[in-house]
Design a protein around this ligand. Structure first.
Ligand code: NAD
Ligand code: UFG
Length: 337
């Protein structure tokens, strides 16, 4: 099976490329490198001993998409490509709607033209919006609080409607919770540009001395220790979830929406303590005001992933903390873009 990974040079895409190659799939990547480095795929090739060809191009450009489909038959697409910074999406909503939605629409059109019917899409737990009971189940109401979230919500809608109109199509919408960690080799990992916005990369940079102290955003949430609770999932478990989704999509038609999480929530201070214990380090931190837009608690109901995809996360929080630090330690300047 030959699979196109749009955005495959990025954090989740590169780990998925590695996982697919190891499972015997052929992979081709289309990425405009707006938030990634080709070095990630060179390392994937080194780790697997297999080729992960990269076409540098844009998913919003039909000619670039056609260029990929002209390289030979593509059986399925995993659509990672998109902008993903929540705060930036509030400042530049049109850029986000343009990039993330044009990419999804043009990709679907070109897939249809070339007879490719299977698509797995990177959605997000952010589509559940606020004021929900936990754990979040796939049939809960949805709604978003920022343009990034709406691009995921609308892309889900576009793909669902496209599948309803084309009986050959198979769509799996994967709602990721909080991916962290890195491949155990320490050769590929998350390489944020500038000061990290997310918790784990920030913790790693405090551990390395690049940043001085962690800011814990709020300790007055209605959670056991007052800090925000999230469902952190090892990026390699997440990558394996895509493999399971591809297997499912190859056998079934229509649309499925599935959470990819562990079903367990950890607080910010749980993460700090686990990271310190796993790596024998100290993370200095200050309690700061809440970050606007954050919710208290978010974790997944994982029953559907087990039943439909026959997949569940295996790796522990200790694995996530060790692997995140191993990557950071070995690559203090990331891929050195
Ligand atoms: P990433 O930024 O590392 O990867 C996205 C890749 O897409 C990058 O390599 C970027 O260069 C590429 N890209 C962006 N726009 C493109 C375009 N128009 N054409 C071609 N390439 C383009 O992000 P990631 O963390 O690997 O996330 C992958 C997907 O998962 C994204 O769609 C993201 O929104 C979604 N997601 C991520 C998280 C998370 O916490 N990391 C959570 C939920 C959902
Ligand atoms: N946090 C801190 N200090 C930091 C960074 C984060 O205390 O420096 C806290 C946040 O307040 C939150 C928790 O750590 O309680 C996790 O925050 P992240 O920024 O790592 O992740 P979010 O849950 O806010 O958001 C992530 C992705 C979104 C995605 C969402 C759900 O960034 O794109 O998960 O999948 F939508």
């Amino acid at each position: 099976m030959r699979v196109l990974l749009t955005g495959g040079a990025g954090y989740i895409g590169s780990h998925t490329a590695l996982c697919l190659l190891n499972a015997g799939y052929d992979v081709i990547v289309l990425d405009n490198l707006s938030n990634s480095s080709p070095e990630a795929l060179r390392r994937v090739e080194k780790l697997t001993g297999k080729s992960a060809p990269l076409i540098v191009g844009d998913c919003t450009d039909r000619n670039d998409l056609k260029r990929v489909f002209e390289t030979g038959p593509i059986d399925a697409v995993i659509h990672f490509a998109g902008f993903k910074a929540v705060g930036e999406s509030v400042e530049k909503p049109l850029d986000y709607y343009d990039n993330n939605l044009s990419a999804t629409i043009h990709l679907c059109e070109v897939m249809k033209e070339y007879g490719c019917h299977i698509i797995v899409f990177s959605s997000s737990a952010t589509v559940y919006g606020t004021n929900q009971t936990m754990p979040l189940r796939e049939d809960f109401p949805t709604g978003c609080t920022n343009p990034y979230g709406w691009t995921k919500w609308i892309s889900e809608r576009i793909l669902t409607d496209a599948a309803a109109a084309d009986r050959d199509m198979s769509v799996v919408l994967l709602r990721y919770f909080n991916p962290i960690g890195a491949h155990e080799s320490g050769c590929i990992g998350e390489d944020p540009s500038g000061i990290p916005l997310n918790l784990m990369p920030y913790v790693c940079q405090v551990a390395s001395g690049k940043l001085q102290r962690l800011r814990v955003f709020g300790n007055d949430y209605p959670t056991p220790d007052g800090t925000g609770v999230r469902d952190y999932i090892h990026v390699c478990d997440l990558a394996e979830g895509h493999l399971a989704a591809l297997r499912y999509a190859a056998e079934n038609r229509g649309t499925q929406v599935v959470n990819l999480g562990t079903g367990v929530g950890y607080s910010v201070l749980d993460i700090v303590k686990a990271f310190e214990k796993a790596n024998d380090l100290t993370i200095p931190y200050d309690i700061c005001p809440r970050r606007p837009g954050d919710i208290a608690t978010c974790y997944a109901d994982v029953q559907k992933a087990k039943e439909v995809l026959h997949w569940q996360a295996k790796r522990t929080l200790e694995d996530m903390c060790k692997d995140a630090w191993n990557w950071q330690k070995n690559n203090p300047r990331g891929y050195e873009k």
